[in-house]
Design a protein around this ligand. Structure first.
Ligand SMILES: Cc1cc2nc3c(=O)[nH]c(=O)nc-3n(C[C@H](O)[C@H](O)[C@H](O)COP(=O)(O)O)c2cc1C
Length: 545
């Protein structure tokens, strides 16, 4: 017997393959969603997002659930959330799915609407229940304890000023359900293997399920049958949008852990309904923002496998694959849960954040070398403060690298995109960059041309202009290796294509020439530079000419 076979036999259940039809999983370890605030400020996928998920996928996990992607701007929880509410997010999401799958993990996109916990002026919720009426003060207090007092106050005062949520009209409900369905369809289009509805933590689907937040008198409120209507309709709409061969999973709240909240008995009925709808799996959790701060809940959540009993009870009433998460720190505990058939799959959020190689180490008999999550709360405190997550268990080298990437993400002016159509003005844009940033060694410049029918006919001339642009930069002392030339085929409008490229590449500055098309055409359609000035977000636009 080969040594690796013997090693796998130490955790035979953990390394047994599994199928969520039609997706094959190489083992039973999944990454439970862990929001990191690594996205760009405009909701696009950053280099840091790619780096993070690639590292996790390389560590041997069978499936990764990418956390908390926005289905509609009204449901955004953080300015760093990834978004799937428009086709312009497709290039980044496609890159992300490819990155994860390229390392042999299945890629799942979790989609969410924050409802009354979202940011923004109009908050949508089943009922107009003010947030301050509900005791989340304790939650914030414990989550923020390591921040300095001024920062705590800034975050708390923002929470207190949360506007009163608007009771959703039936038209609002239909619009948001459509947004979920469209986002799910985009996940499929981007190449994800599955989509996961975020039905935990107190977000919109839970707000409908819980009597605490749902006071409606219409068919979406009152008895359980009515409170289940919104999540059931949205699950059905998603299934219709993605097709029967594309798995739709559900992050499932099995108990709100509040005396008058959504209970385990109700959750069992809801689980059965989701099963009939053909949901692919249930990823079972307990608690919401409103119960996390209760002393008994806080105490319980430090215990290893604290949510396994919920998974087991839900598994008893449905025939669906069940994922359990929650301080499953060691491979021994994970193996025991599977051996005793308490769940079918293991979800690791913080353990994989602390050590992405957890699965690989368990498989190769190096489980003693696993760097364990110490439950210190650092990752959580940072994201509550809307800052990118870090882990106190990372070694110095990783911490330094991550901090540098975070800095780069937050200060991306160093990545410059010079868009050129081969005109003199556009080429002068490169000279202008050279003048402004002469001898800077900390920038990278990409000279981008979106190919049109016209420019394809004059490819040699176009290349020449791009090389002239490059030579201006080199003459200005910008290192040659920091300059790239990219030619892309036109997909939509030129301005839209440039903006997509900009968002996908995380460029902080874009340089465009003002000219090009005839005055009449400009009058009718608007110029490329005007469109870029109007639509570029979180970046600087230089218009030359
Ligand atoms: C920093 C942080 C971010 C999280 N983000 C999400 C999320 O976006 N979606 C979600 O369903 N659960 C989220 N969770 C909950 C985790 O998926 C998981 O259920 C919980 O952390 C317990 O598992 P663990 O001990 O393996 O971390 C988050 C947890 C933490 C600590």
């Amino acid at each position: 017997m080969a040594p690796s076979d013997m090693i796998v036999q130490k955790f035979p259940h953990l390394f047994e393959p599994f199928v969520i039809p039609p997706v094959h999983l190489k083992n039973r370890i999944t990454m439970a969603p862990l929001f990191t605030a690594y996205g760009h400020g405009d909701g696009t996928v950053s280099q840091l997002t790619l780096e993070h998920y690639k590292e996790v996928a390389t560590g041997g996990v069978a499936m990764i659930v990418v956390a908390n992607t926005v289905v509609d701007p009204s449901g955004t929880l953080s300015k760093h959330s990834l978004r799937a509410d428009d086709d312009r997010f497709l290039p980044g999401l496609t890159r992300l799915a490819k990155t994860i799958k390229g390392q042999g993990s299945a890629a799942v996109l979790q989609i969410n609407h924050g409802g009354r916990f979202a940011r923004g002026k109009t908050l949508y919720a089943p009922s107009s229940v003010p947030i301050r009426d509900i005791d989340i003060g304790g939650f914030y207090k414990s989550a923020l304890k390591s921040l300095d007092i001024q920062e705590q106050w800034a975050i708390l005062s923002k929470a207190i000023q949360h506007p009163l949520p608007k009771e959703m009209s039936v038209a609002d409900i239909e619009r948001i359900i459509t947004a979920y369905a469209k986002a799910a369809a985009r996940a499929r289009k981007a190449g994800f293997d599955m989509v996961e509805i975020h039905g935990g933590t107190g977000y919109l689907p839970v707000q409908f399920l819980s009597c605490r937040t749902n006071k409606r008198k219409d068919r979406y409120g009152g008895v359980l049958e009515n409170r289940m209507r919104f999540p059931i309709e949205l699950t059905q709409a998603i299934k219709d949008a993605v097709g029967s061969d594309f798995p739709v999973g559900y992050r499932f709240l099995a108990d709100e852990w509040l005396p008058d909240g959504f209970s385990l008995d109700e959750a069992k009925v809801f689980a059965q309904r989701l099963s009939v709808l053909g949901v692919a799996y249930l990823s079972v959790t307990g608690g919401t923002y409103e119960s996390f701060s209760l002393p008994e809940v806080a105490k319980k959540s430090h215990e290893p496998g604290y949510m396994v009993y919920l998974a087991r009870q839900i598994k008893e009433v449905v025939g669906l694959p069940v994922i359990t998460a929650g301080r499953i720190v060691t491979p021994d505990l994970a193996e025991e849960i599977l051996r005793e058939r308490k769940a079918d799959l293991i979800g690791l959020a913080r353990p994989l954040f602390a050590d992405p190689r957890w699965p690989q180490k368990a498989r190769t008999g190096q489980e003693d070398a696993i760097v364990h999550c110490e439950d210190c709360g650092t990752c959580f405190q940072l994201i509550v403060a809307d800052r990118p997550a870090l882990c106190s268990q990372w070694d110095k080298a990783k911490l330094v690298k991550r901090k540098a990437m975070i800095k780069e993400k937050q200060n991306p002016t160093k990545k410059i995109l010079v868009a050129t159509d081969g005109s003199e003005n556009a080429t002068m844009g490169a000279a202008y960059v050279g003048d402004m940033l002469a001898n800077r060694k900390d920038i990278t410049v990409t000279i981008l041309h979106i190919q049109t029918e016209e420019s394809t006919k004059n490819e040699a001339g176009m290349r020449e202009m791009m090389n002239i642009a490059r030579s201006f930069l080199v003459k200005a002392g910008i290192p040659e290796e920091a300059i790239t030339i990219e030619v892309r085929k036109r997909k939509g409008g030129i301005a839209r294509d440039i903006l997509d490229e900009m968002a996908a590449g995380g460029y902080g500055t874009i340089v465009v020439g003002r000219r090009g098309i005839s005055k009449a055409e400009q009058f009718l359609f608007g110029s490329v530079s005007n469109k870029i000035v109007q639509n570029a977000k979180d970046s600087t636009v230089w218009v030359v000419g």
